[in-house]
Every structure is written in C-alpha cells, then in structure tokens.
Design a protein around this ligand. Structure first.
Ligand code: S3P
Length: 173
C-alpha cells in the first residue's frame, strides 16, 4: 500500500538532511530525497550558483516545479527540503509536514561546531551574514509553525530519539 511522504521543513542548518537519513535507518520502507539535491541534479548547477546567476526568484520557481513533481509522483519517501521550500502552495499535497524547531542560536552553534562548518556556510547564500540570517529566521519561524502538521523540538534530544518520535507521531496522523 502507498504511504504518505514525510516532508521535513525548517530553517537552514537545523538538521533536516541528517534526520531524513536517520528516519530511513529506523524505517527501511522509506527512502530519502532532498529538494536541494533534486534541483542541483535537474539543473546540473549548485544552489549557490543558481542564486548568483539566475537569482532567488528563479530558484523559488525550481522549488515549485520540484514540489509539483513530488506531489504527483512520489510516495513512501522522507523528503528533506531547503529552508524556504515551505513557501510552495502545495506542501501538504506532498505529505505530512514536520517542522524541525529550534532557536536561532542553537542552529548557529550546530553549524559552527560541524566538522565541515566552512563548507556548510559557504554553500548557503542566505547564511553569508549571521545577522541577516537571524532576521530571516525571525521572519519565518511563525510561518513554519503555521504550515506544519507536526512540530518537533530538535534541540532537546538526540537524532535517533527524534526520528522515533517523528515516526510515532506521523503514524497517528
Ligand atoms: C534556503 C535554504 C537552503 C537552500 C537555499 C535557500 C532558504 O537549504 O534551499 O540556499 O531559503 O532558507 P538548507 O535549508 O538545506 O540550507
């Protein structure tokens, strides 16, 4: 039987990709997709370069195209999304929307303490200036809460426990 997808939303650096991989380890019937990776393969261009050459509006159009394809064609997946993907109109048509919530300073610490921190920052055009990123976070966090079916606080426990919490909660939806 087809199962609804799990769509992970949240701010840059909160750990959507890492949680998607953990969810797949916990539930072998799911597979992981990432919207930024899909856009990079579709265009054969890095996100950073899309922003620099075509601009943010063009990137958002690619996100909408990706959302349409996911809503029509994908089941049984856990989908990690870019931090602005929540803006597509048909988010809930893709699957159960799970917001990974944490405050900005926790996210900043997570990025700065990653072994590849420089690379993580460099590939994110909207995280080049910390104070601008903080303002973007403040503009967005209510919106993430509004569009989510499920909210999970990720700053309180380890990835394995969060994955189990997500699977348990999504199963009840
Ligand atoms: C963006 C987040 C990025 C990427 C792009 C724009 C955003 O993904 O999609 O740089 O608008 O928040 P991550 O959330 O994986 O960093």
């Amino acid at each position: 039987m087809d199962r609804r997808n799990i769509v992970l939303i949240g701010f840059m650096g909160v750990g959507k990709g890492a949680l998607a991989r953990e969810l797949v380890r916990c539930d072998g019937s799911l597979y992981a997709l990432d919207t930024d990776d899909m856009i990079e393969s579709m265009t054969n261009t890095r996100i950073k370069k899309i922003f620099a050459t075509a601009g943010e509006a063009a990137f958002r159009a690619l996100e909408r195209k990706t959302a349409d394809w996911l809503a029509k064609s994908v089941t049984n997946a856990v989908i990690s999304t870019g931090g602005g993907f929540y803006m597509v109109d048909n988010l809930k048509a893709i699957g159960t929307v799970v917001y990974l919530r944490a405050d900005f300073d926790w996210i900043l610490d997570r990025i700065l303490n990653a072994p590849n921190a420089k690379k993580k920052l460099k590939k994110r055009p909207l995280f080049q200036d910390v104070e601008k990123a903080r303002r973007l976070f403040l503009e967005r966090y209510h919106r993430y809460e509004e569009v989510a079916d499920v909210i999970v606080d990720v700053d309180r426990s380890d990835t394995r426990s969060i994955a189990q919490e997500v699977l348990g909660t999504v199963a009840q939806q």
